[in-house]
Design a protein around this ligand. Structure first.
Ligand code: H2U
Ligand code: ZN
Length: 366
């Protein structure tokens, strides 16, 4: 595919040797520093593909342990064990959901607002839960059986429905932190659910962008995006009947991916029986690919974005999952979001296309 754009190639006026409009260069997305636009957040990311070979003498992380026991007597999530709050887990055989003992949000919070000039605060009622994927301490999504993964998907659907129906709750965030590098407190396979009154920043940006896009184009932003990517192919990592995984054009993290349904669904609860199986399948395929990229358990934060649960249809919202892995060039070298990223905007070196090619290579071998 032709990744170049015609553009006038001078910044400070034409050089002496440039005669009229002859001095036209091509912007090469694989060679020239450029900005890419994220239509979901309406923010930009700086891409510096010329910088990938720079030497690295910075921090090297400890490689994660590759072998864990099936049961860990000291794990607060294993079946039959006592949790930090003193409650004992049941001897669960498949999945297990409980209210977070150290919840960041509480349902009994009075919904009030504080305002004193520029000092503004709002109470935020909500519910935090933990979902254990399996009784096995050593399993990850990549190692789970399809039937067991299907049960995890069913729990996500049930929780989205139940929490979304609660009065006051407009946002249900289902997310997994995997690996100590991403702040997971425990290797036992689990995710968290935070359901709350307000739409959090990232969700609000995406909902508003999708709403405006639908109003302007009379179509869905992510339906249009996934069909563009499936046609172009170069950023597609893997796909099945119902879902595609791609490194988004505007990816920030080196091996960031987006899991998108081919069919328009606004939430997990709208997936058909076979789509639920497909979702489990594509997550297994993607996480197996991640694990084989550096031949080590791959840390990430992943989570679903679904429609707000305020009772409206939100037809503009297209169910998707973001995977944000921090690793850059090996199991021990991570990308840092510091300096320019904290003070200005995100920046990446390896292009989305290079990342997709590497992930596709490992996924194809599985
Ligand atoms: P993370 O690994 O992503 O931190 O998730 C684990 C969650 O489990 C965390 O939010 C909760 C923590 O509060 N937890 C309990 O509720 N009870 C426990 O006994 C241990 C951990
Ligand atoms: Zn455990």
């Amino acid at each position: 595919m032709d990744q170049t754009l015609n553009c006038v190639g001078w910044l400070f006026g034409p050089p002496a040797h440039a005669g009229g409009t002859d001095f036209i260069t091509k912007m090469d997305l694989h060679a020239h520093p450029h900005r890419r636009y994220n239509p979901l957040t309406r923010e930009w990311v700086l891409v510096s593909p010329q910088r990938t070979d720079r030497p690295w003498q910075g921090q090297v992380e400890e490689a994660p342990p590759s072998k864990l026991p099936e049961y860990d007597p000291t794990c607060s999530l294993c079946p039959g064990n006592e949790r930090a709050g003193g409650v004992r887990n049941p001897r669960y055989a498949h999945t297990f959901v409980f209210d977070n003992d150290f919840a960041a949000l509480r349902p009994d919070t009075p919904a009030e607002r504080y305002e004193d000039g520029v000092l503004i605060a709002e109470a935020e009622p909500g519910v935090c839960r933990v979902v254990c994927f399996s009784p096995r301490h050593d399993l990850t999504i990549s190692a789970m059986e399809p039937a067991d993964l299907r049960q995890v998907v069913d729990v996500w659907v049930d929780e989205f429905r139940e929490l979304g129906r609660m009065p006051l709750i407009t946002s249900v965030q289902i997310f997994e932190n995997r690996g100590a590098m991403m702040g997971a407190s425990n290797p036992h396979p689990h995710c968290q659910i935070w359901a709350e009154k307000s739409l959090p920043n990232e969700v609000l940006k995406e909902v508003n962008s999708q709403r405006d896009y639908r109003a302007r184009h009379e179509s869905c932003l992510l339906c249009d995006y996934v069909s563009t990517e499936l046609e172009k192919e170069e950023r597609v990592v893997c796909q099945n009947e119902d879902f595609a995984v791609l490194v988004p054009f505007w990816a920030v993290w080196p091996f960031e991916t987006l899991v998108i349904g081919r069919r328009h669904a606004t939430g997990l609860d709208q997936l058909s029986d076979s789509e639920r199986d497909s979702l489990g399948g594509i997550l297994k395929q993607l996480t197996s690919g991640y694990d084989s990229l550096f031949d080590a358990p791959f840390p990430y934060t992943m989570g679903f974005h679904q429609r707000p649960t305020d009772g409206e249809d939100h037809l503009e919202c297209h169910l998707h999952a973001h995977f944000y892995p921090p690793l850059l060039r090996s199991a021990t070298v991570r990308k840092f979001m510091v300096g320019y990223e904290m003070l200005a905007m995100p920046q990446r070196d390896i292009t989305a296309e290079q990342a997709a090619a590497r992930l596709r290579e490992v996924s194809d071998k599985l």
